[in-house]
Design a protein around this ligand. Structure first.
Ligand SMILES: Cc1cc2nc3c(=O)[nH]c(=O)nc-3n(C[C@H](O)[C@H](O)[C@H](O)COP(=O)(O)OP(=O)(O)OC[C@H]3O[C@@H](n4cnc5c(N)ncnc54)[C@H](O)[C@@H]3O)c2cc1C
Length: 334
């Protein structure tokens, strides 16, 4: 477990009451801790203890990634109230705990619509399992990688709005003598900044990632349905190849051309259908053709934002209850 401690110049009793109200509104668990409280968060916890006219804050998390996420959110929320935590340790100038640096080992055009990027680094081991996703960091020209400021939060050179931070899915991660080699597949599309980056970079170049983050594998279920567009092909491949051999279900992946079809291992009981967009198939038509059962089922759909909204409506209309489906927006058409 990693921990960060700070003091806040706010009356302790008032701070405990305010944090408790925030936790209850956010439906986070609150338990007594010493003379204060501990709030359970997704990535760890937050202990708030009165110290007279001040308040002691302790952030705990399972790893540095979680710790940075909590600290960034805490600092942002406190800044909105005009408050700045004073950390016990000197926080300035450090690499944020959720950031990893890596070297580009190669970028290969694996099919008409995909480039595969292979990177290597000492800190990439944590991207090997779950959660399945990470963000690439692309900053303004010549900007250095972000470091922490004196409040412990990530300081984005030029402002966070100037950074492109698209989400990608780890395809494979394997240990090497110096660390980990990780690959991800980039769907190439018009105007894509990552597509242009793939064509520009060369082996040896440096890259920064944050994460891992987002979801892991779907929970086990009697029948699993998967529908994904080009950007969700990598996550569908991860899920399919991790399923137990007795899993049952059906998957449909939409790609532009038949030459974009990849070999993906999957259990015999999970039918995999590749849908070719060039032949008029779409994620929504693929969803409509899934042969789903009436119960003990889960459908995961991932595509463009408006398609995810339509999929959600379609699933509701067919009686899918909360927990029986998830329709995720993987990109937004602009
Ligand atoms: C959890 C998650 C996992 C993801 N995993 C992957 C992955 O492994 N591989 C992958 O390729 N993508 C993945 N994506 C999608 C990816 O993050 C977005 O497509 C992102 O916008 C790509 O950035 P860009 O630089 O290519 O495009 P941007 O520079 O952000 O966008 C430029 C223009 O392209 C449009 N655009 C963005 N995406 C697409 C698209 N797919 N098709 C057509 N036009 C588009 C935008 O609307 C905009 O007009 C994932 C998204 C999520 C949420």
């Amino acid at each position: 477990m990693t921990v960060a401690k700070a003091m806040l110049a706010v009356d302790g009793t008032r701070a405990v009451a305010a944090f408790r109200a925030f936790a209850e509104a956010a439906e986070r668990p609150v338990e007594p801790h010493g003379d204060g409280i501990r709030i359970g968060l997704m990535a760890g916890g937050l202990v708030i203890e009165p110290r007279g006219k001040d308040t002691a804050i302790t952030v705990d998390a399972a790893d540095a990634t979680g710790l940075q996420l909590i600290c960034d959110t805490l600092v942002e929320r406190l800044a909105g109230m005009g408050l700045v935590p004073e950390w016990q340790e000197d926080m300035a100038g450090k690499r944020p705990g959720n950031q990893a640096l890596a070297r580009i080992a190669g970028v290969t055009r694996i099919s008409p619509s995909y480039s595969r990027v292979v990177i290597e680094g000492e800190d990439l081991g944590r991207f090997a399992n779950e959660p399945l996703h990470f963000r690439l960091l692309m900053g303004p020209a010549d900007a250095p990688w972000p470091v922490t400021d004196e409040t412990g939060a990530t300081d984005w050179p030029g402002g966070i709005g100037e950074w492109h931070r698209p989400v990608y899915t780890t395809r494979e991660a394997e240990p090497t003598r110096q660390g980990t080699r990780l690959s991800f597949d980039v769907f190439r599309h018009d105007g894509g900044r990552v597509t242009a980056w793939c064509d520009r970079v060369s082996p040896g170049g440096e890259i920064a990632l944050t994460g891992p983050g987002g979801r892991g594998y779907p929970a086990p279920v009697g029948w699993l349905g998967l529908v994904g567009d080009e950007t969700a092909m990598p996550v569908m491949a991860r899920i399919l190849s991790a399923l137990p051999s007795d899993a049952r279900g059906a998957a449909a992946i939409v790609v532009p051309h038949s030459e974009d079809i990849q070999q993906i291992s999957h259990p015999e009981g999970v039918m995999l259908r590749w849908c070719i967009r060039g032949k008029g198939e779409t994620p929504l038509s693929a969803l409509a053709s899934l042969p789903f059962p009436d119960n003990d089922r889960h459908i995961f759909f991932a595509a463009e934002k408006s398609e995810a909204e339509q999929a959600r409506k379609w699933l509701n209309e067919r009686g899918f209850q909360k927990g029986e489906s998830r329709a995720a927006a993987y990109w937004t058409a602009r």
